[in-house]
Every structure is written in structure tokens, then in C-alpha cells.
Design a protein around this ligand. Sequence first.
Ligand code: HEM
Length: 327
Amino acid sequence: LEILRTWRHLFFASPSWRRRLSPARRGRSSRRITTTRRARRRCRQSSSSSARPSSRSPGWAPRSSGCTSTTASSTYGCDGSILLDDTEDMVGEKTSQANNMSVRGFGVIDAIKTAVNTACLGNVVSCADILAVAARDSIVLGGSSYDVLLGRRDATTASMDDADNSIPNPFMDQPELLANFQSQGLSLRDLVVLSGAHTLGYSRCVFYRDRLYNETGSLDPTYAAALDERCPPAGDDEALASLDDTPTTVDTDYYQGITQGRALLHTDQQLYLGDGGDSDALVQYYAESPDKFWEDFGAAMLKLGGLSPLTGEDGEVREDCRVVNRG
Ligand code: HEM
């Protein structure tokens, strides 16, 4: 889940996090990852600069991906920057508003990197590609899949400030969310379908308290009463609640919940305002069409994973996903 979640961290938007991370203001109003032999072949075709595009392995152009967040350069893309630890010269993205105590599981990536380097007999697969495949496989576990193109290279820097200023926060209204996605060439459909990743996992109270106590109009009362017990108006910031009714199952319950006022996050409910708009229609569509959800989710991940990848001589293939290579 943590790895899948890193995908959100491609994004951009206003940093109104701190303002909203306060107590409630008022009372309640397919394909499996490659086999070893295939993996070796992939290793040769992957991220090292010697691996050049071929007709069989389009050099860049991820068929989708798992992504990380921003780099300090002007590009924002799937470059593994989120994996970098802070250094004396750089505060990275792990402690940004969106990521701090939220994005975890870095040890899993470390373990995969070690295993991949062993299988590949060297350091040829980038951390960014590993993240992309691992993210895809967190969904495969739910019974569906999509293709992932490989060939990304890793960023050599990261920026907490960029992450703070870029990643969408859970207090945005629909127009802000849409503008955030559109600024990266993503559409309303992409926004709605990618948010379906919230079919998995949980949120801390600090992110849904504001909705719980200030948005009674759009909250199912029974649902709200259950949340009340977990998340008081102040304190218990870490109390978890699931993002949909089936947090360990990959399904379309997330969309069904939204149409019934059972969205946990403000941003999730913003996708279904009940005004008969395009976003409402998309939520309804995915709620009723699991197959279409999977098809479009894969296509959106393809787009997301293809945003500004580092390729060719740009970036590097990190030896250790947490630090840039020396020299
Ligand atoms: C549209 C903007 C989005 C916002 C505002 C948002 C916000 C959030 C928040 C606040 C949490 C809870 C974090 C915590 O409590 O620590 C969360 C969890 C999660 N998000 Fe998103 N998210 C967005 C889009 C996405 C996308 C595009 C993906 C993946 C494609 C994604 C995947 C996840 C997953 C898997 C979790 C559960 C993590 C866990 O249980 O540990 N989110 N999101």
C-alpha cells in the first residue's frame, strides 16, 4: 500500500496542509513480475545508460509506472526521488507534509533492490523502475494488473519544499484537484480513476477529522457515528480508518461508498458532489463497471508513469535507493 501510495507524489498544488491539520473548528455540523530468466533479460534492457531503446524494448516510454515525487529540477516525474534520505546539504521528501509518517515501506524497496542486483549480476535496474513494478504488483495482489514500461533512471536530488508545494492535499476542493492534475496533462477521468487506488488502505484521523466534524451535509450519519468513536474533535491524530469499506480488497466499493456519503477524505467526496456533473457521472460509472475501472486505471497509471522520466544520460542508476551514487 505504501508503495502504491507514492504515486500521488507526482503532483503539485497549494500547501494548505498546516492550516488544516488542526483540531476541528466547530462541533459537528496478469502479468507477474518476471521470472528469473525473464528478469535477466529485462535487466539488460532496463535503466542503465547502455540499455538503449530497441524495437522490442522501447527505451523510454513506461507502459505505466509507480512513481515518486518531485525533483529539485524543473521536472516532476517518476525518478525515485522520494526514496532519498536527507543529507547535510539536502532535505528530501520523506518529511514533507504529504509523506511524513505516511509513506513507509522503504525497507521493502531496499530488499527488492538487493535481490534485483543479485539476479542481474550488477546494478542495472533503477530504483524508480523498481518502485514502478512494485506499485503495480501491489495491485496485482488484488487480482488485476497492467503493463509497466521500464527504463527510468534515478534522480540525483530531492526537495521537501517542492513536495510540499506540489502534492495534492486532502483538503482540496474539486476545482483545485482538477487543476492540479490538469497541470500535468491529466484529465478529470484520470483524477477519478486514480483516486480509486483508495480501494486499499487507511487514513489517519488528522486527515479526515475536518470532514468528519464540518461536512455533516455530505456524510452518511451511520458512517459518521462510527468514525466519531475513532477520531475525536481533538487528539488521537493517528487513529486509522479505512478509505473504503473493504480496505484489503481491490474492488470498486470505494466508488459505491462515495455515492452514499461514505467517503473518508474530503477529496474523495469532492469527486461526487451530487450535482450531476461529469465527475459524479464518472464515479457512478466506475461504481457500476469494475472491468472498466481496471481498464482505465491501467491506462491512467500508464500516463502517470510516463510523466517526465529521466532517461538516457540523465540521472543515474542508484546503487542504494536511499543515497545518490558517489562521484
Ligand atoms: C487525488 C489526490 C489524493 C489525495 C489528496 C490523497 C490523500 C491521501 C491521504 C491523506 C491518505 C492517508 C495518509 C495517511 O493517513 O498517512 C492517502 C492514503 C493512500 N493513498 Fe492517496 N491521495 C490521493 C491520490 C492517490 C493516488 C493517485 C494514489 C495511487 C495511485 C493513492 C494511493 C493511496 C493509498 C494506497 C493509500 C493508503 C496507504 C496506507 O494505508 O498506508 N492516493 N491518500
